[in-house]
Design a protein around this ligand. Structure first.
Ligand SMILES: Nc1ncnc2c1ncn2[C@@H]1O[C@H](COP(=O)(O)OP(=O)(O)OP(=O)(O)O)[C@@H](O)[C@H]1O
Ligand SMILES: [Mg+2]
Length: 363
């Protein structure tokens, strides 16, 4: 299995991080530090490098550039390695845009490894917001499937155009809608099929993952709620024809793949309605680790796993469970916590390293 891991990271002018070289081990890297010292920023730098965007919403260059820095430019240098090779990868961001370099040559591609960000606080949002669930599926499926990502972007453009036509109206609108709906129907069929396949793969993993981490047996499922499940593009196109006058009246597309929802269930019951908050969190963590397993089946390689702020979420028994689970896995982990007590569990793990972050640098 070819698994690229991050060996070194040298951020410059990135948020509050000082120009420091962080050297990671291939196993578990535990990042300690009091609130507001730069732990999440360090994970964000790795995520930005590996996934080409931040995990923070509505964040761009101007938010990430160090507010006190002299240079109007973010530079992140890094080294990645697998069992046999070493490569240098860097990125530079300024007002004009972004450039990336692989072994000092300009490079359009991402790093050899992508990363998955886990913030257990997201559990609540995942269980309560359909928009968040949709985004979660879209983001994670896009990481695994380039065609899904491209089609989703085309679909979103077509939908935007469709909604503009609906808002403006006019006598040409029905003709325009027909042309747009040919595309919308094609993209909807493709996206819905991909979502169903993705969830099928995920659902095979969630229960066993939950058992592996928390030693309890439950049936966990994430299911798609879509009107278009198993519909072909002709049927979807015809549906939009029937829908046309209602959409024109509402001036917006009321039904479609952009409004799909996902239901997370625990032993057949809706997790949000029936589970305790703790169970919801455990279910959410299992979902993400199930995704990581699915990723490995597809690429024969693991992503880098970034886990933020678990200390506020897990009791010490569950933290121990999680660490023991991570220990059995071959992926690289960067995990942050503001709780020094959790460090004890890490002391006994071979191949783990502790970092203490103070004011954006190593203490
Ligand atoms: N562009 C920026 N320039 C300088 N500092 C910034 C910038 N953006 C954010 N910060 C600061 O970085 C500090 C560290 O943030 P970070 O989220 O990494 O903290 P943390 O160690 O994860 O804390 P917590 O334990 O509370 O989650 C914050 O105090 C924040 O104000
Ligand atoms: Mg943080």
């Amino acid at each position: 299995m070819e698994c690229w891991k991050i060996k070194k990271l040298h951020p410059q002018n990135f948020r509050n991080l000082k120009s420091t070289v962080f050297e990671f081990v291939p196993g578990i890297n535990c990042i300690f530090g009091d609130n507001g010292n730069g732990k999440t920023n360090l994970l964000e730098a790795v995520f930005l490098l590996t996934n080409k965007k931040s995990f923070r919403k509505n964040t761009g260059y101007s938010q990430m550039l160090n507010i006190e820095g002299g240079q109007p430019e973010i530079i992140i240098q890094s080294a990645f390695s697998n069992e046999n090779e070493l490569m240098a990868y860097s990125m530079r961001m300024n007002d004009e845009g972004e450039e990336r370099f692989l072994n000092n040559k300009k490079e359009a591609r991402k790093t050899p490894s992508s990363s998955v960000f886990i913030n257990p606080f997201d559990s609540y949002t995942f269980h309560t917001s359909s928009t968040f669930r949709r985004q979660w599926v879209d983001t994670h499926l896009s990481l695994m499937d380039e065609n899904y990502k491209k089609t989703l972007s085309r679909f979103q453009k077509s939908m935007k155009f469709r909604n503009t036509v609906l808002a403006i109206g006019g006598k040409n609108a029905p003709n325009q809608l027909r042309a747009i709906d040919e595309q919308v129907a094609e993209y909807s069929e493709f996206l819905t099929g991909k979502r169903i396949d993705f969830l099928k793969g995920l659902n095979e993993q969630i229960g066993p993952t939950f058992k592996a981490i928390f030693a309890e047996e439950h049936q966990l499922n994430l299911d798609l709620e879509s009107m278009f499940s198993l519909w072909d593009r002709k049927k979807i196109f015809d549906f939009y024809r029937h829908q046309e006058s209602a959409d024109l009246k509402a001036q917006v597309t009321q039904v479609g793949a952009h409004r799909d929802d996902y239901i997370f269930s625990f032993d057949g019951l809706n997790a949000f309605e029936f589970c305790s908050l703790g169970q919801q969190k455990m279910g959410f963590l299992s979902l993400i680790f199930a995704y990581i397993e699915l990723f490995r089946y597809k690429f024969s390689s693991y992503p880098i796993v970034l886990i933020d702020d678990v200390s506020g979420e897990l009791d010490s028994r569950r933290w121990g469970n999680l660490i023991r689970y991570l220990e059995t896995k071959k992926f690289q982990v960067l995990i942050t916590t503001a709780n020094e007590n959790f460090g004890k569990e890490l002391e006994r793990i071979p191949n783990s390293k502790k970092f203490l972050i103070e004011h954006g640098t190593l203490a």
